[in-house]
Design a protein. Structure first.
Length: 94
């Protein structure tokens, strides 16, 4: 019975916050995918894939400002390696 109460509580919370859920869905999922499709339509797909491979660089940079997270040298090494390989592949493409 406790599981049903938890489910009802979550359901009520979702219904109370439905507009925020819709806004975040549109801005966080639908809009980026739409713009990525437009980018693929008007540019070289290789360039789009290289730009997507740089997302971890930005994510890692933003995470440095979050006090809840600790710096990881292994993650930093992986991000730097990905960034360098991406730059080298763009350089070879031109």
């Amino acid at each position: 019975m406790e599981e049903l109460d938890d489910f009802i509580e979550v359901l009520l919370w979702c219904l109370d916050n439905i507009w925020w859920i819709v806004v975040l869905t549109v801005l966080g999922v639908i809009a980026p995918n739409y713009f990525m499709e437009k980018c693929i339509q008007y540019t070289n797909t290789f360039v789009v894939m290289m730009l997507l491979s740089f997302i971890p660089v930005f994510t890692f940079g933003f995470q440095l400002f979050d006090a809840r997270l600790q710096f990881s040298a292994v993650t930093f090494g992986g991000v730097v390696l990905l960034f360098v390989m991406g730059l080298l592949s763009i350089r070879e493409d031109t």
